[in-house]
Design a protein. Structure first.
Ligand code: PRX
Length: 662
């Protein structure tokens, strides 16, 4: 289980360091003392961070860990999360500050002030109330990057309704699984979305997903593409409602109610090591505290001065914590962009940064590598001098991409914060502090003040400097997940069983300490792939493949990929009667499309190899390590535990004939 991607080992040969400039350090929100303060009294430290929020009722206890691994933070405290992200900024006289500079893919824009945001969120909350939504209910949201996605999330938060945001690229099948598991009563979607210059349907996806669904009573539809979308948007009378009619007619007055610090805020599904996605549950007070604290310190954000842009999608945790909750709690002015980075041209992001004078930019390594491929001459055409902090998230960033990012985007001086965290951790856990840390290309470096992380061996003992092992979090943190929706056993089993005696949370990642004790993340050590920063489980793709009538058996591995971090490579045995006619390119294409239909285009295998056998141990377990060797064009490793050692020769020989890429 502790196999790591060997390509990452060379990360550790990196020796360059980049201290912050004295000017940057002098003005930074986080100073070196922050570590000492947190070490001196962790709970007191977190209490101080929580005080940056507005509480209706103060807490009586910072942390209750007696029911571990189910944490309670800020026990007895009450707050309204949406009030903290919106109303309080209006109340403090900043109603005219722009909260969101929204940029539509076709070029339309909207600037939304905090006062307008308050009105929109209140109207949306009133609309949900008019449909009978109440605290504790679940509303599913499948929307592209339009302001209504943010209004909807905050309206839920305002009412104590849990949102369950489903990434727009997920198939009807994947959406349905997430709607059913969470028993969502309402879904919010759009008629269509602009993607790569074209209007593509969204509601049709939801309609297909909802066939026979039992819990959903209402579907609210934002009109985005209107007449640009070919064909009629189908309509179910009594169930479907246009957003502009329903929300447009509501009052902008709504008084937020305070909820318990542990009131559930949202569920967000993520891939696990089985085929069934896990509904990660986050609650209110601790989550918002850490999202706001990290956004303030890791990005050195200054309210009213910075223009911040996180390029994630609201369908992922990064969008939840670093587009919606963290930045808005901190009264950020931020850019939200609807489209793809190369529509209508490959300089789109730089054009937006130049126009809005973006000063903090947070993106994923896969996109940085894509920009590298497109060429440094593209960003060079734009004025990027406003940029002062750059962030990276989602996967290990290779030193080459890190240096390119610093040189070509950050003018050789903007500090880069490589932030490690997960859907489960809710907020950033390991990262440099931009005014404190001498950054190292490729390393997330050390746990933030107030957070404790360790690299341990299988024996749970911390490894020494220079040593590698598994990353664990050995102390509870405010924004930690509070469970897997409806499945406490799975929660314990997935995260807390590996080091049950020590009470460590096992993150699923391999890591190393360098000679200075800095942490280098080395990728997942379980059956979870990371493709362009998206988590996809091998089992999920395998189940999709075997659900196709021609497939008898399938094994899926994540293979190193220069752009996407990992690419999905599938080894498939066809059913006897399908073999003759379907072994060619057509069969492979059909299978790739089938996976896209079952899960979504992000899960489409990069490569599918049709094979006669799969390498299995005598007990029948597929040896993915060997398949990964093949997929990464390496000499195949030790085959002595295989039931039939000639299998690997056959597979290697077939590698070039059965290949399919696009
Ligand atoms: O393997 C780690 C990788 O992404 C996983 C979490 O994925 P997800 O829950 O989708 O959240 C992504 C955005 C927070 C982790 O287990 N990962 C995330 N950030 C980094 C990373 N790997 C290396 N370096 C990072 N900075």
């Amino acid at each position: 289980m502790t196999e790591q991607s060997p390509g990452l080992d060379n990360l550790l040969n990196e020796v360059r360091t980049f201290p912050p400039s004295t000017d940057f350090a002098a003005q930074a929100n986080a100073k070196p003392e922050l570590y000492d303060e947190a070490d001196a009294d962790r709970e007191q430290f977190w209490a101080k961070q929580a005080e940056r929020l507005d509480w209706d009722t103060p807490w009586t206890q910072v942390l209750d860990w007696t029911d571990a691994p189910f944490a309670k933070w800020f026990v007895g405290g009450k707050l309204n999360v949406a009030y903290n992200c919106v109303d309080r900024h209006v109340d403090s006289g900043h109603g005219d500050q722009v909260a969101i500079h929204w940029v539509g893919e076709p070029g339309d824009t909207r600037d939304i002030t905090y006062a307008q945001l308050k009105d929109e969120v209140s109207k949306t909350a009133n609309a949900l109330l008019s449909l009978g939504a109440k605290a504790g209910d679940v509303v599913a949201i499948q929307l592209q990057m339009i302001p209504e996605a943010i209004f909807a999330m905050l309206a839920c938060a305002r009412l104590g309704v849990l949102h369950n945001v489903v990434f727009g690229g997920f198939s009807p099948h994947a959406l349905r699984a997430r709607v059913d598991d969470a028993a969502a009563k309402i879904i919010i979607t759009s008629d269509g979305q602009y993607r790569r210059g074209k209007a593509a349907p969204m509601k049709a996806n939801v309609d297909e997903a909802l066939e026979g669904a039992e819990t959903v009573e209402k579907v609210i539809v934002v009109r985005r593409t209107g007449s640009d979308l070919e064909g009629e948007v189908s309509w179910t009378e009594g169930r479907d409602l246009w957003w502009h009619e329903l929300v447009g007619g509501q009052s902008a007055e709504h008084t937020p109610e305070a909820f318990d610090a542990e009131h559930p805020l949202f569920i967000l599904y993520t891939s696990g090591t089985t085929g069934k996605p896990k509904g990660i549950l986050h609650t209110s007070g601790g989550y918002l505290t850490q999202a706001a604290y990290t956004h303030h310190n890791v990005f050195d954000h200054k309210a009213g001065e910075d223009v911040y842009w996180c390029t994630a999608d609201v369908g992922w945790i990064t969008g939840h914590s670093y587009i919606v909750y963290g930045p808005l709690a901190n009264r950020a002015t931020q850019v939200v962009y609807e489209g793809t980075p190369n529509t209508p041209h490959e300089g789109r992001h730089w054009e937006i940064i130049q126009k809005y004078k973006v000063s903090i930019y947070y993106t994923a390594p896969t996109l940085i590598r894509t920009f590298m491929k497109w060429g440094a001459e593209i960003p060079e055409k734009y004025d990027l001098t406003s940029l002062r902090v750059l962030g990276s998230v989602g996967e290990p960033i290779n030193p080459e991409a890190w240096i390119w990012y610093r040189e070509h985007i950050g003018a050789g001086k903007a500090p880069i914060v490589d932030t490690w965290w997960q859907t489960e951790t809710g907020a950033i856990m390991i990262s440099p502090l931009p005014g404190v840390t001498s950054t190292k290309p490729g390393s997330a470096q050390r746990a933030l003040p107030g957070i404790s992380a360790k690299v341990v061996g299988d024996d749970a003992k911390e490894v020494g400097n220079g040593g590698g092992g598994l990353l664990v979090l050995d102390k509870p943190w405010p924004s930690m997940l509070r469970g897997i929706w409806g499945d406490n056993d799975r929660y314990r089993e997935t995260y807390w069983s590996r080091f049950a005696d020590q009470g460590f949370y096992f993150a699923g990642d391999g890591a190393k300490y360098d000679a200075d004790g800095d942490i280098w993340l080395l990728g997942r050590v379980d059956d979870v792939m990371n493709v362009s920063g998206h988590r996809i489980s091998t089992t999920e793709v395998e189940s999709a493949l075997v659900s196709h009538p021609t497939v008898a058996e399938a094994a899926v591995v994540g293979a190193a990929d220069a752009t996407t971090g990992q690419g999905i490579v599938a080894f498939v045995i066809l059913r006897g009667n399908a073999g003759a006619s379907a072994s060619g390119e057509e069969a492979v294409q059909a299978l790739r499309n089938h996976v896209a239909k079952e899960i979504g285009p992000i899960a489409k295998p990069r490569q599918i190899l049709i094979v006669q056998e799969l390498p299995k141990t005598r007990s029948g377990k597929i040896m993915r390590r060997l398949l990964r060797d093949v997929a990464e064009n390496r000499q195949v490793g030790d085959v002595t535990t295989l039931a039939d050692s000639s299998v690997m020769d056959l597979i290697s020989a077939g590698l070039n004939s059965g290949k399919s890429e696009d």
